[in-house]
Design a binder for this molecule. Structure first.
Ligand code: AMP
Ligand code: MN
Ligand code: MN
Ligand code: MN
Length: 301
């Protein structure tokens, strides 16, 4: 059989893909609205200084920083995408799902996020008690003051408070000694299920993306179950290039992204100039052969 290829059209598609792949896109960042250390407005300005073309603010379980980010980005060349990173529970693990390009005024999403916030305050009290039981002084008040009135309380605020009180040296030190599973300040917590969260993101017209898949350290068969379930629930993308991935992780999840037909995402997971591995817009680029998820955001207008 002979196939007639429209070469002109083909070259146009290839050129468009190359332009999309060469954009500096950062679809995973945090601000003071969650556990980042700079405001949404400072983050947007930092992204512009770093030559970012498309930026998503994806604070943990909140969209409260988005209006400030949108306002700072308006009138600039930066395309600002409203996003969120939602904590979910799947198979006993806490899996983070990014919701990209979500509608801010979706009532169900807002309600669900405010319930997660309440849960975070209740968890913070339990973390504090667990640390006291391990012989530490009460840290909750200090952690809350670091989180600020606009922020929400998380483990990073405890870590920063413990460093300021000279109880630990740096963030890594606090996490590995106190705040990860099996350590004295880690408490179990019920996040909403993966299914609930994917439904919420889809209903808010967002794109669900699995964040930093290598971080969960799932055995291969469990990872397969997770990815199959994520796809069947309507999951669209997977982070391939991200702050906590090694180059070997990028290679591994490049193959997985192709195998499962997931769109690939790139994000620094930037939290703070002094704490984060990559600055805004400085995570490694996606491997050339992958279909970037921002092509879908563009197509949605
Ligand atoms: P939370 O959502 O309050 O449970 O806190 C999760 C956040 O803690 C992540 O988004 C990271 O910012 C930070 N984090 C988690 N594990 C570590 C770790 N091992 N070292 C440093 N920061 C971590
Ligand atoms: Mn964080
Ligand atoms: Mn995360
Ligand atoms: Mn994150």
């Amino acid at each position: 059989m002979i196939y007639y290829v429209n070469l002109d059209k083909f070259y146009k598609i290839v050129t468009a893909m190359k332009i999309l792949q060469d954009l500096n896109v950062d679809l995973h960042t945090h601000s003071t609205a969650s556990d980042g250390s700079i405001t949404p407005s400072q983050l947007v300005n930092r992204a512009i200084e770093n030559g970012v073309d498309i930026l998503a603010l994806t604070d943990h379980d909140t969209v409260s920083g988005i209006p400030e980010g949108l306002e700072t980005a308006s009138g600039t060349d930066l395309t600002f995408i409203p996003g969120v990173e939602v904590s979910t529970m799947w198979g006993g693990s806490c899996i983070h799902v990014l919701g990209l390009d979500v509608e801010l005024n979706n009532v169900e999403l807002k309600k669900a996020l405010s319930l997660i916030q309440k849960g975070r305050f209740e968890r913070a009290e339990r973390i504090n008690l667990a640390l006291i039981k391990a012989g530490l002084p009460s840290i909750l008040e200090h952690a809350l003051s670091i989180a600020g009135s606009k922020g929400q309380i998380g483990r990073v605020h405890f870590a920063r408070a413990m460093i300021q009180k000279n109880l630990c040296e740096d963030i890594r030190d606090v996490f590995s000694r106190y705040l990860v599973k099996g350590k004295p300040g880690f408490v179990a917590h019920e996040w909403p299920s993966l299914k609930t969260v994917i439904n919420l993101i889809l209903k808010a017209n967002g794109l669900p993306v699995i964040a930093h898949p290598a971080r969960y350290k799932l055995p291969n068969n469990w990872l397969t179950y997770l990815l199959e379930e994520f796809a069947s629930l309507g999951g669209i993308g997977i982070e391939v290039a991200t702050g906590s991935h090694s180059f070997a992780d990028i290679e591994r999840f490049k193959k997985i992204s192709i195998e499962y037909d997931f769109k690939a995402s790139r994000g620094s997971d930037f939290h703070s100039p002094s704490e984060s591995r990559y600055d805004v817009g400085r995570a490694p680029y996606l491997p050339d052969c992958l279909l970037p998820i921002w092509a879908s955001i563009g197509l949605r207008g």
